[in-house]
Design a protein around this ligand. Structure first.
Ligand SMILES: [Zn+2]
Length: 233
C-alpha cells in the first residue's frame, strides 16, 4: 500500500478531527493539526531568543493572524520530515487558504511538497458534508474539558471529563451566533479550494458526515482503499 495523504475538509461539527484521529489510530497516519503545530512552535522553550518566533508568538497569543508566509515555511519543513520518514499523513482543515495549498508566484505551496514525497495520485482531499442544522446541533451540544481540553463525546450525558474528571465548559466558538458566522466563513474559504483542487486534477472525495463517526470512517476507509481489517500499520 503506497503512503497516502488525506486532507479532510468540512464545516464545523463535520467530524474532521475525529476522522483524522481514527486514521491515525487505526492506520498509523500522522495527524497533522496545523493549529496545534503552530501553538507548539510558538510556545517552545527558547522562543524568546528568536525574534521571528517572538513576533509570531505575540500574534498567536493576541489572536492576530500569524504571518502566512512563515506558517507555510514551517509547515512545509515539518511535512518534509514526515514525508522523508515514510509516514502517511492526514490533515484536518488545513491547508486553509489557496496560498497555503498552492503558493503564489514563485513560492510553491504545501501541495507541491506533498506531490514530491507522495505522488499526486496518493493525495486525497476528502469533503465531509453535513447539513447546516447538523453543524448547529452538534456544536451547540459540544463541550470540552476545562482542564485537559478533551472534547465530550457527542451524545454522552456526563458533566465531568471522561479522562481527568475536570469540569466541562462550552467554547465561545460554539455559540449559535458564532457558529452561523463560522459556517459562512467556511463556505467562502473552502469552496474555492475544492475548485482549485479539481482544476489541478485532484479528485475531491465527498463523504456524508451525518452518520455516527465509526460509520463515516467505514466509508472513508472504503473510498481510500484502506483494508477494513485491523492491520495496525
Ligand atoms: Zn479532562
Amino acid at each position: 500500500m503506497p503512503k497516502q495523504v488525506v486532507i479532510i475538509y468540512g464545516p464545523p461539527g463535520a467530524g474532521k478531527g475525529t476522522q483524522a484521529e481514527l486514521l491515525a489510530r487505526r492506520f498509523g497516519f500522522v495527524h497533522f493539526d496545523t493549529g496545534r503545530f503552530l501553538e507548539m512552535l510558538v510556545h517552545a522553550p527558547g522562543v524568546q531568543k528568536d525574534p521571528i518566533l517572538r513576533r509570531e508568538r505575540k500574534n498567536f497569543d493576541t489572536g492576530k493572524l500569524i504571518t502566512p508566509a512563515w506558517v507555510l515555511k514551517m509547515v512545509k519543513e515539518e511535512v518534509k520530515k514526515i514525508g522523508a520518514a515514510g509516514y502517511s499523513v492526514v490533515f484536518s482543515a488545513s491547508p486553509r487558504t489557496l496560498y497555503e495549498a498552492f503558493g503564489e508566484g514563485k513560492e510553491k505551496g504545501l501541495l507541491a511538497t506533498l506531490v514530491k514525497f507522495y505522488g499526486k495520485t496518493n493525495i486525497h482531499p476528502v469533503w465531509l458534508t453535513i447539513r447546516p442544522a447538523t453543524t448547529l446541533k452538534r456544536n451547540s451540544a459540544r463541550k470540552i474539558c476545562s482542564v485537559c481540553g478533551l472534547p465530550k463525546l457527542a451524545n454522552a450525558r456526563i458533566s465531568r471529563c471522561p479522562f481527568c474528571e475536570g469540569p466541562l465548559r462550552t467554547r465561545t466558538l460554539d455559540k449559535p451566533s458564532v457558529i452561523r458566522e463560522r459556517l459562512k466563513e467556511y463556505a467562502g474559504r473552502t469552496y474555492p479550494m475544492f475548485r482549485e483542487f479539481r482544476r489541478r486534477g485532484f479528485r475531491v472525495i465527498k463523504v456524508n458526515g451525518e452518520p455516527a463517526p465509526y460509520m463515516v470512517f467505514q466509508n472513508v476507509t472504503k473510498v481510500l482503499g484502506l483494508s477494513s481489517s485491523r492491520s495496525g500499520k
